[in-house]
Design a protein around this ligand. Structure first.
Ligand code: F6P
Ligand code: MN
Length: 304
């Protein structure tokens, strides 16, 4: 068997040493986080968050763990979190601002379907565009824990799997991961009765023209992970009731868009790359489409 490359070794190739350190800090937390999941499933004490959604004990606990690690690293001057009404302040001179969705797909907790954590990293002060991110990464807590990261320095996507219990080590699975040309699957969030006709027509062509199979997990990270590996399309677009869809630009869509584009795919808000969407509102939602380049181009053409 070929010798395994660890995340630590892989990060060793980055010229940006501060960024390498930051990614390592977040990666190092997953052993503890995952161990706690079964013990923090309580739902009675759920409280309403800033979006009117119900935050569970697990969301709240995970958020605090990541906040503690990020601020404790002294590398982060501001943490913006989906679970915080205001950003958390670190050392004013620290190099990075980080956005995070600590528990993406948390409505999957009850059904024991996958969920994950999403991070975007900027050296610039936020708000800034997704294109200005210096790194984006996510963790997916499926039957195994994986970590996928990209940076503006490498413009490549790498995926790691967490090694045996007790050892906080990630081993490289794929380096220079690219979305396969021939897409296989598609997933769509939102109520189809609420879609407009153009979008409905596009979805029909995915099935009857591109012959894609339906696969929907209900967690953005998991839905995107299968696009990364099998190719195709995932969208949580605008609907008649919610023109901006559901996903949050800074906490979810920007980081995943950077990974999608560095993996040779495309992201779109329906008209342009998500990475070029400008907003001063950190809570902004954005219609989110990711997948193979030719499929996203077809979507933009259809929605014109
Ligand atoms: O964070 C929002 C989120 O949980 C995403 O992970 C996911 O894509 C979406 O909501 C699922 O929404 P719905 O429950 O409407 O399918
Ligand atoms: Mn989320």
């Amino acid at each position: 068997m070929a010798e395994q490359i660890s995340l630590t070794q892989h990060l060793g190739q980055l010229r940006d040493r501060e960024l390498a350190q930051l990614i390592a800090v977040v990666a190092g937390l997953s052993a503890d986080i995952r161990r706690e999941f079964p013990h923090r499933l309580i739902t009675e004490n759920a409280v309403e968050n800033k979006y009117g959604e119900f935050t569970r004990e697990l969301d709240d606990w995970t958020n605090k763990e990541f906040c503690r690690a990020l601020i404790g690293s002294k590398l982060v001057r501001k943490v913006y979190s989906e679970e915080l009404a205001e950003p958390l302040l670190g050392e004013p001179g620290a190099p990075f601002e980080v956005t995070m969705d600590p528990l993406d797909g948390s409505s999957n907790i009850v059904a024991n379907n996958p969920f994950g954590s999403i991070f975007g990293v900027w050296r610039k002060s936020l708000p800034a565009t997704g294109r200005e991110q210096v790194a984006a990464f996510f963790k997916l807590y499926g039957p195994i824990t994986t970590l996928v990261y990209t940076t503006s320095e490498t413009k490549k996507v790498a995926e790691f799997v967490k090694a045996r219990k007790g050892v906080v080590q990630y081993n490289l699975l794929y380096d220079g991961l690219t979305i396969p040309d021939e897409g296989k699957v598609y997933g769509v969030g939102g109520n189809p009765l609420d879609f407009d006709e153009k979008y409905g027509g596009f979805l029909k062509r995915l099935v009857f023209g591109h012959k894609l199979k339906t696969r929907y997990c209900g967690a953005f990270v998991a839905d995107f992970s299968q696009i990364l590996h099998y190719g195709g399309y995932f969208g949580y677009g605008g609907t008649r009731k919610s023109p901006n869809g559901k996903l949050r630009l800074f906490f979810e869509s920007n980081p995943i868009a950077l990974i999608a584009e560095h993996a040779g795919g495309r992201s779109s808000d329906g008209g342009k790359s998500i990475l070029d969407v400008k907003s001063d509102n950190m809570e902004q939602r954005v219609p989110t489409h990711v997948g193979n380049k030719h499929i996203i181009e077809e979507l933009e053409e259809t929605l014109k």
